[in-house]
Design a protein around this ligand. Structure first.
Ligand code: KG4
Ligand code: ZN
Length: 334
């Protein structure tokens, strides 16, 4: 079965074609992303109005490219999976309305997909993983731990109480003048820094060992920069020390959750899964605890449509389809 995936929940417009033989078992035929970083960089963050306007411009070329990369036409597609939330409502609407139009015009079955479900299942694009597994979703918009018990059965067992980890990376990068989005710049700078040089307090959520909190580390860096006029610490050391604090605060609750769940596999997903130190430390911590870390290729960690197609395809395989009445929901919960 060929599924066309469409994802436009935030600033990237992504389209993919996957071939599914059984739930969670798929080959990616194509996966295309139209990235908008160049448009939002000047503003130091995503401007929702600009994001949705650009989706309108790029959606058709991205769909055409995904189909041609997959060497197929719309006539070969058996089902459409489209992100219906959570995300920026204007952005979501572009992909969703386009998918509805396609479904209406062609009669192809369409299902709406929760973006987070896509991230949770993304590790299956390249790996066979027995369920239940633990997934750490860590991106610019989300930081949470989920038990993936079965297709369609997910239990959130930890969450951030304030900022997402990626948001902390981006805000600190902005304070340090490293541009937007800044997670990768901090990662690269950190390789040359001493991660023990600057003292950054780690936050733990009292009574909730599987929850996260990142607003404090961001404030620590802001205070350091303000009081020292930004001159006291080497940029490299500040980046490395901040990154180590965030990694510590991600690893500890994740291992606690894996123990609680008895999960053999921890799957790491979301844009911050690109962080080299997080991958290294989480792999070490998982191995020391007798568990396996699975981290998808970078292109499947960040927002992409292959994961949306995968999350829709198990329902399409069962013969399910959503009505054309489904709506974009900015706060859609899983
Ligand atoms: O999943 P994603 O592409 O978009 C959503 O937020 O949904 O994630 C983007 C986030 C940004 O906050 C970006 O700074 C962060 O992922 N990021 C990183 C790295 N690469 C991307 N954070 C830390 N280290 C990286 N190497
Ligand atoms: Zn995402």
């Amino acid at each position: 079965m060929l599924t066309l995936g469409i994802e436009s929940s935030c600033d990237d417009a992504a389209v993919a074609v996957i071939e599914t033989s059984a739930p969670g078992i798929a080959t990616v035929r194509s996966s295309t992303v139209a990235n908008q970083d160049d448009i939002h960089r000047a503003y130091g963050g995503i401007v929702p109005e600009l994001a949705s306007r650009n989706h309108v411009v790029t959606i058709v070329p991205v769909i055409e490219r995904a189909l041609s990369d997959a060497r197929c036409t719309l006539g070969d597609i058996d089902g459409i999976a489209v992100t219906s939330g959570p995300g920026l409502v204007g952005s979501l609407l572009v992909g969703l309305m386009f998918a509805k139009g396609l479904a209406q015009a062609t009669g192809i079955a369409m299902v709406g997909v929760n973006h987070i479900e896509g991230h949770l299942l993304a590790p299956l694009l390249e790996n066979r993983i027995a369920m239940p597994y633990l997934a750490l979703v860590v991106s610019g918009g989300h930081t949470a731990l989920f038990a993936v018990e079965d297709f369609g059965r997910y239990r959130r067992i930890g969450r951030t109480r304030d900022d997402a980890a990626g948001e902390a990376f981006d805000k600190v990068a902005k304070l340090m003048g490293l541009g937007y989005p800044g997670g990768r710049a901090i990662d690269e700078l950190s390789r040359r820094g001493n991660r023990k040089q600057v003292r950054i307090p780690r936050a733990h959520v009292k009574g909730a060992p599987m929850d996260f909190s990142f607003s404090g580390v961001k404030t620590s860096v802001a205070t350091l920069l303000a009081t020292a006029g930004g001159q006291a610490e080497r940029q490299e050391d500040l980046a490395a020390s901040f990154q180590e604090a965030v990694v510590d605060m991600l690893v500890k609750p994740t291992i606690a959750a894996a123990r609680e769940l008895g999960a053999d596999t921890i799957a790491l997903t979301g844009g911050v899964a690109a962080n080299s130190r997080l991958r290294e430390r989480l792999a070490q911590a998982a191995a020391a605890d007798g568990r396996r870390l699975v981290a998808p290729a970078l292109k499947y960690c960040t927002d992409n449509a292959a994961m949306i197609a995968l999350a829709g395809s198990y329902r399409l395989l069962r013969g399910e389809r959503d009505s054309l009445d489904i709506d974009a929901e900015a706060n859609l919960s899983l």
